[in-house]
Design a protein around this ligand. Structure first.
Ligand SMILES: CC(=O)N[C@@H](C)C(=O)N[C@@H](C)C(=O)N[C@@H](C)C(=O)O
Length: 719
């Protein structure tokens, strides 16, 4: 890590902090660690949990210290079995996991960074290998055997017959035998960027989306002798094709095509959308439902977006925020009023339709305990009755439910405040969940040493209720340093336990590690986040439109300062991505409150995106463009460097495909010129999600060591 010579050393700063106004005995931290970062980061992280559409088979991906592999299990013993043997921390993600309908094959994609905002299907090469890896589709027998690379490509979907896989490559749709017995071939040629393949229930046809820039069509491919059928072509943007169970119709989402006079940038406007159904023989379509012309009616951006499903009993399922919460609705395929299936002050996410199409299972921040708003539990609801049932109440957290083809079992991922996430199974009709692969959690994982985060609620200056989690180790005397943790996204919610995202599971581990060393950590669910309703998720004047969410962050620092256990001169802040942005804004605007910070791949200058229209030859500009540019600048940390005093560590991977590396290069130049004490840690060739475990460890250790140095004057890194 490089230290920029622009002023006092961190040791001198720590000394300054320590010798100021007398404070009762300052707690000794740093040396109080009772476990190492390696230990608390050694958990196997599960994701990509899927079930076969027949029988009782499941598969998931485990990331074990960077070694990502496919695991499977099946009834009745549910013994976890590793199916692949990738044994190096090479940063190659496993995604698009699926099991063939007959349960014989497991298909997955290896490579890429699918959480990226651009180039998500491009290979990642965080080991800087001279021979870069590929993004490719693989298949392996469920019973075991050697995985076979079927083709370079992405977005694989297995045919209902289980014999071939459709996938996307070079803006076209290709097919390949599932056993790799023949090379892949391009299925058809059509204009546009063609993707999102969806097989018809009988496997004879394929629906897909043809993106044509400012509009898109839904197409139906039958065979090489039959012209592609375009479904009700218009100037709209048609997406999300979903077959009816009998294969005679398609439901899809229709939104306005891109065009028209530039809209005001600073005003919030409804983002309207509609559900249509079409006949797949004639291609004729009709409107089924359109969103209300209100902000809450806007196209949903939470997990799964519209979550469009064609369910049993002629019901079409979708998700909308229109009652203020991400809720599930059911509408007759012939039309009519939508039935609200999930009433209540909570959000539904990780939604899946059961194989018999009669139920939905999902994760929700609801349950009998008032603190459940900051947890997740599994909920089941019939597709035609507003009768949701919480299946996993309690102080644990559960998510990503899927139901096995025999309708007997729900597979899910389960965690607690202490125990990291593991796959589990439970009877579809309710009962206790049984953990799988428990032996993959290392013997020396410090579960018993982890604190139970406490739910904190405080009010922002404008009165908005803000939820947070307080990590405080008992038995530490004297005033201690405290740290505000700021999540990214920003549509995210930190929880009262381990998190369902690998990025935030890492943050939870680091917060536990900091707490074990005596720091008090407050993880803040600021406005713009999810889990607290539409208006909380979509506040006015936020981000580049005025950073209204910053008041929640400053209030978090002030909350910590009010605690008797906290040394008010040693309040730090850290966060990644959008959390890095708010960390930088806090240090720039309020160095008197925040004495040090770590900004991991943060956004520092909003004007780049905002200024783009000025560079375009169009005469028409948004009516408030000048005001929007000014506000974007004022909302950017770079505009407040003049008042930035506190030391900062800036961390960024230079193959970042979410926040440009240049955001950090530019900020460092500005801080140097302003004489601000800054350190940098650059991770070559890794992305926004630090695909290598070794790099996460490097980032986490550097973060902890930086706070130790500034707040305790300790030299060197953390244990
Ligand atoms: C378009 C966009 O902003 N996409 C977001 C998902 C994104 O990239 N946000 C980053 C600024 C960020 O916070 N990324 C991580 C940490 C996340 O939680 O998504």
């Amino acid at each position: 890590m490089r230290e920029r010579d622009s002023g006092l050393s961190l040791f001198a700063i720590a000394l300054l902090i320590a010798v100021q106004a007398p404070i009762p005995a300052i707690a000794q931290i740093g040396s109080t660690a009772i476990f190492s970062l390696e230990q608390v980061r050694s958990y196997p992280f599960p994701n990509e949990l899927v079930a076969s559409s027949t029988g009782a088979r499941i598969a998931w991906a485990f990331n074990e210290q960077g070694r990502r592999n496919v695991w499977v299990a099946e009834a009745p013993d549910w013994r976890a079995r590793k199916l692949t043997n990738y044994e190096t921390d090479d940063g190659q993600e496993i995604s698009s996991l699926s099991i063939s309908p007959d349960g014989r094959w497991v298909v997955y994609v290896r490579g890429g960074d699918h959480g990226a905002n651009w180039d998500d299907s491009l290979p990642v090469n965080p080991t800087s290998s001279p021979v870069p890896p590929k993004v490719a589709i693989w298949s392996v027998p469920f019973a075991g055997g050697e995985p076979k690379m079927l083709a370079e490509g992405d977005e694989p979907v297995i045919s209902p017959r289980g014999d071939q896989v459709a996938f996307v490559r070079d803006r076209a749709i290709w097919v390949v035998p599932i056993d790799g017995s023949a090379p892949a071939r391009k299925l058809f040629t059509a204009r546009g960027d063609n993707g999102s393949p969806v097989w018809s229930p009988d496997g004879d046809r394929l629906a897909f989306v043809s993106n044509r820039g400012d509009h898109s069509f839904i197409g139906i491919y039958t065979d090489e002798r039959t012209p592609i059928l375009w479904i009700a072509p218009s100037t709209s943007r048609d997406t999300h094709p979903r077959w009816s169970p009998d294969g005679k119709r398609i439901a899809f989402i229709r939104r306005p095509g891109t065009g028209g006079p530039p809209e005001p940038i600073l005003e919030q406007r409804p983002n309207r959308w509609a559900i249509w159904t079409a006949d797949v023989i004639t291609g004729e379509a009709r409107l089924l439902w359109e969103s209300p012309n209100a902000l809450r009616g806007s196209f949903p951006t939470t997990d799964g977006g519209p979550n469009l499903h064609w369910a049993a009993g002629g019901r079409i399922i979708f998700l909308s925020y229109m009652d203020g919460w991400p809720h599930l609705y059911s509408i007759p395929e012939a039309g009519g009023e939508p039935l609200l299936l999930t009433p209540g002050r909570y959000m539904a996410e990780h939604i899946s339709l059961t194989p018999d199409k009669r139920f939905l299972v999902f994760a929700a921040n609801t349950g009998p305990d008032p603190d459940d708003i900051d947890r997740r539990h599994i909920v089941r609801v019939p597709v035609d009755r507003a009768a949701p049932e919480v299946l996993t109440p309690g102080t644990g957290l559960e998510w990503s439910p899927v139901v096995t083809g025999d309708m007997q079992t729900i597979a899910l991922i389960s965690a607690t405040a202490q125990r990291p996430p593991l796959p589990a199974v439970m009877p579809f009709n309710g009962g206790s969940a049984r953990l799988l692969a428990e032996d993959r959690l290392p013997q020396d994982f410090p579960a018993k040493q982890l604190v139970t985060p406490k739910k904190i609620v405080y009010r922002a200056p404008d009165g908005l209720e803000i939820h947070a989690q307080l990590f405080m180790k008992e038995g530490v005397s004297g005033r201690r340093p405290a740290i505000v943790y700021v999540h990214g996204g920003p549509p995210r919610q930190m929880l009262l336990g381990w998190h369902y995202s690998d990025y935030y599971a890492n943050a939870y581990a680091l917060n536990q590690y900091l707490a074990s060393r005596g720091y008090i950590v407050l993880s803040v669910n600021y406005r713009l986040g999810i889990g607290y309703g539409y208006e909380f998720h979509n506040p006015p004047r936020a981000g580049s439109r005025g950073a209204s969410e910053y008041q929640d962050i400053k209030a978090a620092g002030e909350y910590l300062r009010s605690l008797p256990e906290v040394d008010p001169r040693r309040i730090g802040i850290y966060g990644g991505s959008y959390g890095g942005y708010l960390t930088a804004l806090a240090l720039a605007r309020d160095s008197s409150l925040f004495a040090a910070g770590v900004d991991i791949h943060g956004v520092h200058d909003w004007t780049g995106e905002r200024a783009r229209p000025l560079l375009e030859p169009r005469v028409e500009k948004a009516p408030d463009l000048d005001e929007a540019l000014r506000v974007a600048w004022a909302s950017s940390p770079v505009s407040s460097v003049a008042t930035w005093r506190s030391p900062v560590l800036l961390i960024h991977g230079d193959d970042d495909r979410n926040v440009r590396f240049s955001q950090t290069v530019d900020l460092i130049r500005r801080l140097e010129k302003a004489g601000v004490k800054c350190e940098e840690l650059v991770i070559p060739d890794d992305t926004h999600h630090f695909m290598r475990y070794a790099n996460w460890l490097k980032v986490d250790k550097a973060t902890a060591a930086f706070f130790d140095r500034v707040f305790m004057g300790t030299q060197g890194g953390s244990r």
